[in-house]
Design a protein around this ligand. Structure first.
Ligand SMILES: Nc1ncnc2c1ncn2[C@@H]1O[C@H](COP(=O)(O)OP(=O)(O)OP(=O)(O)O)[C@@H](O)[C@H]1O
Length: 241
């Protein structure tokens, strides 16, 4: 594989809803193994960016690319290469975590042995005694772990996460962040929309601040200090930067 091609890229991306420009000339590159956190207040354009990779939206101009190819000309790319974890992972409440994992894998033409399914759930942090319980009794964090297991089973090249830690308690958010980091360390590219500066700093390699559809500033998450990030974020939100 040509490692010079980023797994996810946005090139001069513009997305408009009627007259409203939700994403305004966005350029992003997310290579293998990189977690990119898009920070921004309500309406910044984060979810629209993610939706465009998933082909729920079409670019008005510019493009998004998955390993150098446009999902808008090759729809199969989304199924084959992307995993998506929305804020609330959609699972069947009447089935167990194990059954959900097996079911969604079957839809993706992936056959899992019982041992493989249990191992995927364990690797995603779902404790063994929950595997056979109905998802209706799961916490939000437990549902996300099933979502993560489905993404791992798919061997997705990239994972798209929208507000993954909102509504999780600090311990669950920390645990989830570590799982995301581990998936990236195994080679996945991750694009994560979040309001959570702490989580972004904890898990990401790159952090971008978006407002009114524009990417205003990017940071190396390993070197930027939390205070500096917070001040920049607030200054951009108030229009002072
Ligand atoms: N389906 C839609 N139709 C019209 N306008 C939309 C639609 N979805 C989003 N928008 C508008 O596009 C802009 C960007 O919205 P988007 O949801 O991408 O922002 P966001 O950064 O994800 O915000 P949040 O953090 O609140 O989820 C906002 O002004 C929003 O009102």
């Amino acid at each position: 594989m040509n490692t010079a091609i980023p797994v996810l890229a946005a090139q001069n991306l513009v997305v408009e809803y009627r007259q409203h420009r939700a994403v305004d000339n966005l350029n992003l590159q997310i290579p293998q193994g990189c977690v990119y956190a898009l920070l921004g207040g309500n309406g910044a354009g984060k979810s629209t960016t993610i939706s465009t990779f998933l082909t729920f939206n079409r670019p008005s101009s510019g493009q998004v690319l998955i390993e150098g190819e446009s999902p808008h000309t090759n729809a199969e790319l989304v199924r084959a290469k992307l995993a998506y974890l929305p804020e609330n992972v959609a699972l069947y409440d009447v089935m167990s975590g194990l059954e959900n994992l097996t079911y969604f894998c079957t839809l993706a033409n992936i056959r899992l042995s019982s041992d493989q399914a249990h191992d995927l759930l364990l690797d995603s942090g779902l404790q063994a005694d929950a595997h056979q319980k109905r998802v209706a009794a799961y916490s939000k964090g437990m549902r996300q772990k099933v979502g993560l297991a489905i993404a791992s089973a798919k061997q997705a090249k990239a994972m798209l996460l929208d507000e993954p830690t909102s509504g999780l308690d600090p311990s669950a958010a920390n645990d989830f962040a570590q799982r995301i980091r581990a998936a990236a360390d195994r080679g996945m590219a991750v694009l994560m929309a979040t309001h959570d500066l702490f989580n972004a700093k904890q898990v990401a390699d790159r952090i971008g601040i978006m407002k009114n559809g524009r990417l205003l500033e990017e940071f190396d998450a390993h070197t930027v200090q939390h205070d500096e990030l917070e001040q920049k974020y607030l200054a951009h939100a108030r229009g002072l930067a």
